[in-house]
Design a protein around this ligand. Sequence first.
Ligand code: NI
Length: 138
Amino acid sequence: MLNRIGISLDEELLEQFDELIAERGYNNRSEAVRDMIREELIKKEWKEADENAIQVAVAVIVYDHDSHDLSHKLTHLQHNAHDLIISTTHVHMDENNCLEVLLLKGKAKHISALGNTLTSTSGVKMGKLIPATTGERL
Ligand code: NI
């Protein structure tokens, strides 16, 4: 069941909001507000999640495969966490750089630990763990 709510905003904030959601391709304010609320709920879900709760996340890393033993090291880390990794995509960006996307599902504490290890590995140029949701609680 859908409920209607009213929100009071000053003109300037509303203009900025409309501009923002237009840039993001929203056709109406309601869907944009719903998505923003869901995003906050996902953050809350992660923050408050029992460390043993099953969560999903996406890890992105960019690295130079020629950098020392990095490629081998990252593969080794991933093999050790094979039960957490649903899938990986590896794209050779150019002669040296690799972009990898890992879809993770498992206990929140294990996902966070793997995310931290991957992103903090020396030589990883960019690393980010993006908390997602199974969608069950939204
Ligand atoms: Ni590559």
